[in-house]
Design a protein around this ligand. Structure first.
Ligand code: NAD
Length: 343
């Protein structure tokens, strides 16, 4: 590290990647953006130009080989993650990899196996809800035991609208993957089976997209989790999770920001997207990654967590297509991840 500052290469400079570049440049301490990479060279150059001393590349391997690159953020689309992760492992570079770890369970397991061969953890997966203050409070309440055993989770995941080409399969792999991780994290249990119910679609749903859907998880500890996924709800971005325990309930995600009374009405604004709603969580996630990396450690969701979520999604897509209850198949967890920090 130059002057004790972590030199980061950000791979993929689209919505998330460019936001992480801005975050490291403006918010995060102890790190600088040394390089950005995008297959679209003009986009990479445009983002690099905003940061002093930042180089632009079109090849992830070339950026990772640069002298001043100490660590990598992968924010390219999911199908490009495996190659970038394996390249980072070859150079033993620490990685913050945006979710999903990879788009399917088989490729996610290959990543787990490659990291296991490396012999130490190098990956933090970008499940940022684990760094959201309110979700953290919910986790602390459940771990504290005051509500008794958690019996059910009721989750809501709504987006204002979807980009062109967003498919029903993506509602599971790109959206519900967050609830798969949140469920495993909050309950400390594996998800054993998935069922997907598809009501008659909303008139606002693009042709061919099942929207909304109700996804049901069963867990190894006997809990049941329902997830309303509604990706063209039209009015904003909302993520909620209510835990129902033996002695009470606790809910994260209800109210955010300013509460206004005016003109005979009460209320406030609904965030329109995740970049706004989870801004603080992304800041904490990246700062935690930088701090742990500078100390030579790794925290947060592991490659195993990324694989387990991918296995749930694979069962979810099969359940969506068959209409039936589908069991989740999980490989044996390598020892490397047994003592993994589940923060
Ligand atoms: P995007 O389409 O806006 O940007 C992706 C960028 O990567 C594009 O500029 C593209 O040219 C570039 N790219 C494609 N293949 C590449 C490769 N092989 N090497 C380098 N660059 C490449 O996508 P996005 O919305 O920014 O999503 C990026 C990642 O972030 C995805 O994994 C996505 O699932 C994840 N994401 C996470 C959250 C979250 O809440 N944590 C939210 C949105 C997206």
């Amino acid at each position: 590290m130059r002057d004790g500052t972590l030199g980061v290469a950000v791979i993929g400079t689209g919505r998330m990647g460019s936001d992480h570049v801005r975050r490291i440049d403006e918010v995060i301490s102890g790190a600088r953006v040394a390089a950005v990479v995008d297959l679209d060279g003009e986009r990479a150059k445009g983002v690099a130009a905003l940061v002093d001393g930042c180089a632009a590349y079109t090849d992830p391997a070339a950026a990772m080989a640069a002298d001043d690159v100490d660590a990598v953020i992968i924010a390219s689309p999911g199908p490009a993650h495996e190659a970038a992760l394996l390249e980072a492992f070859a150079r033993d570079l620490p990685v913050l990899c945006e979710k999903p770890l990879t788009p399917d369970a088989a490729s996610a397991l290959r990543v787990v196996e490659a990291e296991t061969r490396l012999g130490h953890r190098r990956v933090q997966v970008g499940f940022m809800r684990r760094f959201d203050a309110e979700f953290g409070q919910l986790k602390a309440v459940l771990d504290g035991g005051g509500l008794g055993r958690t019996l059910m989770l009721h989750c809501t995941h709504r987006n204002a609208s979807t980009p062109p080409g967003f498919t029903s399969r993506m509602t599971i792999n790109d959206s519900v993957v967050h609830e798969a991780d949140v469920t495993r994290w909050l309950l400390g249990q594996e998800i054993t089976a998935v069922t997907v119910l598809r009501p008659a679609p909303s008139a606002a749903a693009p042709e061919g997209l099942s929207d909304p859907q109700l996804v049901l998880f069963e867990t190894s500890g006997g809990a049941v989790v329902d997830v309303e996924i509604f990706v063209n709800c039209g009015f904003g971005y909302q993520v909620r999770c209510e835990a129902v325990g033996e002695h009470g309930t606790a809910r994260a995600g209800d109210a955010h920001g300013l509460y206004v009374n005016a003109a005979g009405r009460w209320g406030g604004e609904i965030a329109q997207d995740y970049v706004v709603r989870f801004k603080d969580a992304y800041d904490r996630e990246v700062q935690a990654w930088v701090d742990a990396t500078r100390r030579g450690g790794v925290i947060g969701p592991s490659a195993w967590d990324g694989y387990a979520a991918a296995a749930v999604c694979e069962a979810g897509v099969r359940a969506q297509e068959s209409g039936g209850r589908t069991a989740v198949t999980l490989a044996e967890r390598p020892d490397l991840y047994r003592a993994a920090d589940r923060s």
